[in-house]
Design a protein around this ligand. Structure first.
Ligand SMILES: [Zn+2]
Length: 300
């Protein structure tokens, strides 16, 4: 199997290279922050599963062409009811019924489930039942935060973690895709932490509110308590889904800071945000969470 459209990720590609389509297993989890290339990887993986070539996707056969155009009958992408909200319980139930149907022409039916970590526990349990059924289906789950998924679901999946691009690699990719001036490309590459999708969002002014808030919050941690307090106050304006984005992104940024500085305080805040992220499935008030975070950071 290969991932011809995914940039970088030499280790992942090497791991997949020795794997025939039948060796992928019935459930795959592609794990990594938003903008890292999970959808690109899933599209390649799905095409490889329906392509008759041994080391697919070949990219040229009718199966590949239809898979990459989104019109292959054995390849089903679940779509989020609302952007950022993940798929719904009803969709998971329908998926179960579909997974029992034989594939039309490929050896497998392939289901791609975006934002599997945003499924609530009842939906994850419904998904678990699907994964446990022996059927000629392969499920490709995408997630930003593995820890937000039930252990029972995670343990059923073969997990592949995607890696961010090197800075130079990211800049090269941006130069091909954007006509913005060099200094803007450099700035976006520096802010995006190796994530191509994120850099493109920053360039087009479409960065998600939760990610921008995470950058502001993490930057405030280097300053005084008033700055942290103000950053936390801004968090109170986020919607719940945006707060989940904020937690995921802050944890990613803090993990990077911990590696660079070894600062114990960053570890504490990281762990605190992971707890808040896990609590979000219970629909708490975002104002209460951001207030508690300010108190935890000593800014209240
Ligand atoms: Zn092919």
């Amino acid at each position: 199997m290969k991932l011809p459209h995914l940039l970088g990720n030499p280790r992942l590609k090497e791991a997949l290279a020795s794997l025939p389509p039948s060796g992928v297993g019935s459930a795959v989890l592609l794990d990594g922050p938003a903008g890292i290339g999970k959808r690109t990887a899933a599209a390649d993986l799905a095409a490889g599963l329906v392509c008759p070539a041994e080391n697919g996707p070949c990219g040229t056969c009718p199966s590949c062409k239809r898979a990459l155009a989104g019109s292959h009958p054995d390849l089903i992408w679940l779509t989020e009811a609302e952007p950022g909200k993940g798929v719904k319980l009803e969709q998971v139930r329908q998926l179960r019924a579909q997974s029992f149907l034989r594939p039309s022409e490929a050896p497998f039916k392939v289901f791609v489930i975006p934002q599997a970590d945003r499924l609530n526990p009842p939906s994850q349990n419904a998904l678990l039942k699907v994964l446990e059924e022996p059927a000629s289906s392969v499920f490709v789950l995408l997630c930003e935060n593995r820890e937000a998924m039930l252990q029972t679901v995670r343990s059923r999946c073969k997990t592949f973690r995607l890696a961010p691009l090197e800075q130079g690699e990211l800049l090269d990719a941006l130069r091909v895709r954007s006509t913005e001036p060099a200094d803007r490309l450099q700035a976006a590459a520096a802010q995006a932490g190796g994530l191509l999708g994120r850099a493109l969002d920053i360039l087009s002014g479409q960065e998600k509110a939760g990610y921008a808030a995470a950058r502001a919050f993490c930057a405030s941690l280097g300053g005084d308590e008033l700055g942290i307090f103000l950053a936390c106050q801004e968090l109170g304006k986020l919607h719940r889904e945006e707060y989940a984005d904020f937690c995921d992104e802050s944890c990613r940024l803090l993990a990077g800071s911990v590696m660079q500085t070894g600062n114990r305080r960053f570890v504490d805040i990281f762990e605190y945000l992971e707890k808040q992220r896990a609590m979000l499935v219970q629909n708490p008030s975002v104002t209460a969470l951001s207030g508690a975070l300010a108190a935890f950071c000593g800014a209240l």
